[in-house]
Design a protein. Structure first.
Lengths: 262, 615
């Protein structure tokens, strides 16, 4: 019987310490193997759910992500790029609008921050959209989910989303995992709006105590949006830009932010 | 023979001695009398005149009465032409001015002889010598027009009975202390009437200048300069006040340099501030860095820095000037600012108590302050990267257009002057309990004109899973509805009727809501029919347990196709009339409920267009 000891291609003598290491490795492999076996034995021995159903769930979740992410970008833009707006901010009706410019301090969220806020929005609102997969439950399909996480990357004319949403589907004795993560592309040009807002804030610096309405108006004329400003109080003014998206002409995309004057 | 000769010599000697004695005696007696005041004052005026003419009179020892009588002896008073006599008069008058007041003919001659002044019967209060001068005197008159002046500085003037002066150019000095420094007249504490002046210039301090029915004054401690030339009055100085003598009210206050022509137009010099008053209150102010024409009648020369202000409208040709314009009493309805050049700037402030301002540069318009109180319509011409355009800020920016297109506006929930109606509806539905509340800023009239509608809507829904677990699915949400309608009234001159009239039937829980509903439908219908861009933003969100739906409405169409209603008339109608007009049918139970809970109206609407060239 060939033993490790006698294997000629180990062309050097083994000491006792080396022997212990080998045993540990072998032991670990055995333990992990046993654990993995018990963890996945259902999958190994359980029939997978009908792919038609899992595909339906995937499509359902994908549509929810598309819809919620679109809703999300509309909502967080209304709150100046934030889902949960940090200070300094202005309360207006039920929304919280961040202060982008205050005396001589600029406070515009980065595109990365906006992306993260969009993910937070999706994390909170995707479960509402999937609504505990009730429509599938009625058909005897049970879907269990884990926490949602992900990334959103704002690109030219689009937003790329990668949503990590682990789903397990059970139907009778069948069980399957849904392919994760969900990838989505939101064909929405947030970038150009963000750039317009940056231009306005830059122009605001020219005369920090006054609202640059002329610049905003000319920008609106050239870039094809309308705007409204609201003086919330003596110091705070909200600027809301309303854009019409060609694929959604019935609903304006509103980007709001506030400026604070002395 | 010898004895005779000796006797002749002796007699001759005696005669010579006698003659010598007589001559000496006469000389002794004469010289003694001329220096004797008693003797001289005992002589009659004729003897005195003889003595004066012989050069032997020492008139300084004459008393005033005799001295003046001596002068009066010659009906031409020619003695006054004599410098010695003239100086003596000055000397005596400086000690006792009554010698002139009691001798009016001498006084008149005294004024005219050396100074060429025409005394018309003034009473003199005092005559004093100009410091460091032996002969020049300063005259102080008595009377309501009492004046202090150096006659030498006012050659040709008339000295009036009231004590004033009428200078050669026609200027009436009715009070004041007049001096000449470096050849220029200085008036202190004076009152001058320049209405009939052919031209004059002087410095003035604590004085009042009257020109026609206007009066100009400068406060104490401030030195001003005045010039009148060809009917144009020029002022330089700070703290000058213009008053209308007919109404007795202040017309303006200014500082810097101001030229006022006969038509009332002003030329404001460099670094000048000019504040006009209305009914005694500050009205409109101008502060200009460079020379600017302020035209109240006629037209501006567009190639010069100029402000035309009439009929509550202002047209500004700023060039590269920097000018601040203030409307303290909101008396400026509209401003049109033509293209600003270079580093020029026009700053407009409205409202004294809660100021709001607009800054215009060649390429931008800035708004600052309490914009809810801003009501002026502003139109500006701008150029950015070679692109020329016109922006209009109606009612201080409530509606902003560029090249006739509505681009946005300054809005919000804050009420303002243009806002004539605002309703806020709150509705809460919690399970079976329904709460409804209408908050109305003011009632909506059954008639209205030149109106513009804004809408907002908010739906805030709270999940009630914890407290409403036994509720049916649909009632697991506590819904808060919030809707806002604002109706603004525009200036009538910016909305033209289109003669397009339509009638709408509507209903509402209150009379306001029924009319408001019809107006909303009318506005919306018009927008759709003219393919104007009426947009909504409808945002849904779930934040923790709160569900939000936030809706905004905008009209961003062409301004001449916007949501403007020229006129409306509302009439309350019955449910049956409403049902007939709207073609509605329903069962009796619902009908009964509706009849009890709602108001029904018919509203006739005439549409309007926003004038492109307004204001």
């Amino acid at each position: 019987m060939l033993s490790f000891k006698n294997k000629t291609y180990f062309n050097y003598p083994m000491n006792k310490k080396g022997q212990v290491t080998i045993f540990i490795i072998v032991g670990l492999i055995l333990v992990v193997g046993v654990v993995l076996f018990f963890m996945f034995r259902e999958n190994i021995f359980v029939d997978p759910v009908n792919p038609v159903e899992t595909n339906a769930i995937t499509t359902f979740v994908q549509e929810c992500i598309n819809s919620i992410s679109e809703e999300g970008i509309y909502f967080i833009s209304l709150q100046g790029g934030y889902y949960k707006t940090p200070a300094p901010k202005v309360d207006y009706l039920t929304i919280e609008i961040p202060v982008y410019f205050e005396v001589d301090k600029e406070n515009i969220p980065s595109k990365e921050t906006v992306g993260n806020e969009l993910v937070k929005y999706i994390e909170d609102n995707l479960p509402v959209c999937v609504d505990n997969f009730k429509s599938f439950k009625q058909r005897g399909i049970e879907v269990t989910s884990e926490d949602i996480s992900g990334t959103a990357e704002i690109k030219e004319e689009k937003i790329l989303l990668e949503i990590d949403y682990s789903l397990t589907v059970k139907q009778g004795t069948s069980k399957s995992k849904i392919k994760n993560p969900f990838e989505s592309q939101l064909n929405f040009d947030f970038n150009s709006k963000y750039s317009i807002v940056q231009k306005i804030v830059n122009n605001q610096k020219e005369n920090p105590g006054f609202l640059p309405l002329g610049f905003i108006t000319n920008l609106a004329y050239n870039e094809g949006f309308s705007y409204e400003t609201i003086s919330v109080d003596e110091k705070n003014t909200i600027i809301s830009l309303a854009f019409i998206e060609l694929n959604k002409p019935e609903q304006s995309f509103v980007y709001s932010f506030a400026v604070r004057y002395l | 023979m010898f004895i005779h000769l000796r006797l002749d010599i002796y007699k001759m000697f005696k005669k010579i001695i006698l003659i010598i004695i007589l001559i000496s005696l006469v000389g002794f007696i004469s010289s003694q009398d001329f220096n004797d005041p008693e003797y001289l004052n005992g002589l009659n005026t004729s003897e005195l005149l003889d003595l004066f003419n012989s050069g032997d009179l020492n008139f300084s020892i004459l008393n005033n009465e005799n001295f003046m009588e001596m002068i009066l002896l010659d009906e031409n008073l020619s003695l006054i032409d004599n410098q010695q006599i003239f100086n003596e008069i000055n000397s005596r008058a400086s000690k006792d001015v009554s010698i002139l007041n009691e001798n009016p003919t001498i006084k008149k001659k005294w004024f005219s002889a050396k100074y060429g002044l025409d005394d018309q019967g003034a009473q003199l209060k005092k005559i004093s010598f100009v410091p460091s001068s032996e002969n020049d005197v300063i005259v102080e008159t008595f009377g309501k027009d009492a004046t202090i002046f150096n006659p030498k500085d006012n050659i040709g003037a008339k000295v009036t009975q009231e004590g004033g002066l009428i200078l050669m150019d026609g200027t009436e000095v009715n009070r004041g202390n007049l001096t000449k420094i470096n050849g220029t007249l200085n008036v202190f504490d004076g009152a001058l009437d320049l209405t009939n002046s052919s031209g004059q210039d002087f410095f003035f301090n604590n004085s009042i200048l009257k020109i026609g029915d206007k009066e100009y004054s400068i406060r104490n401690g401030q030195m001003g300069y005045f010039n009148l030339n060809n009917g144009v009055a020029s002022f330089k100085g700070e703290g000058i006040t213009e008053k209308d003598l007919v109404s007795g009210q202040i017309v303006s206050k200014f500082g810097g340099g101001v030229k006022i022509d006969e038509s009332g137009n002003k030329l404001l010099g460099e670094k000048t501030s000019y504040l006009s008053y209305s009914n005694g209150e500050a009205s409109t102010g101008f502060v200009v860095r460079k020379t600017t024409e302020l035209v109240l009648t006629g037209n501006c020369n567009p190639s010069q820095s100029c402000i035309k202000y009439s009929d509550r409208k202002m047209q500004i040709y700023p060039q590269d000037n920097e000018m601040d314009i203030f409307s303290f009493d909101k008396s400026v309805d509209s401003i049109k600012v033509n293209q600003i050049q270079g580093q020029g700037k026009v700053i407009f402030f409205e409202n004294d108590e809660s100021p709001v301002g607009a800054i215009m540069t060649k390429d931008n318009f800035f708004l600052g302050g309490d914009d809810a109180n801003f009501n002026t319509d502003i139109t500006g011409e701008f150029t950015v990267n070679g692109q020329k355009f016109t922006q209009t800020y109606l009612e201080g920016g409530r509606l902003v257009t560029q090249n006739g297109n509505v681009m946005g506006g300054v809005g919000g929930l804050k009420p303002d002057e243009g806002l004539i109606y605002q309703s806020i509806l709150k509705s809460r539905n919690k399970g079976d309990e329904r709460v409804y509340k209408e908050t109305t800023k003011s009632n909506l009239g059954i008639e209205g004109e030149d109106i513009y509608l804004r809408n907002g809507f908010l739906d805030n829904t709270l999940l009630l899973e914890e407290e409403g677990t036994n509720l049916p699915e649909i009632d697991k949400r506590d819904e808060n509805l919030f809707s806002l309608t604002e109706i603004y009234q525009l200036n009538s001159d910016v909305v033209s009727p289109t003669n397009e009239i339509e009638t709408f039937a509507s209903y509402g829980k209150t009379r306001n809501l029924a009319i408001e509903d019809a107006l909303n439908v009318a506005a919306e219908k018009k927008i759709i029919s003219v393919r104007s861009k009426y947009t909504e933003s409808d945002v849904h969100a779930q934040i923790n347990d709160d569900y939000f739906r936030h809706e905004f409405s905008w009209n961003i169409g062409e301004t001449n196709t916007g949501v403007f209603i020229k006129n409306y008339k509302a009439k309350e109608i019955s449910f049956d009339e409403w049902a007939e007009k709207t073609g509605t049918t329903m069962d009796d139970l619902i009908k009964k409920e509706l009849e009890e809970d709602y108001y029904f109206y018919e509203v006739e609407v005439e549409y309007g267009e926003l004038n492109r060239n307004s204001p």
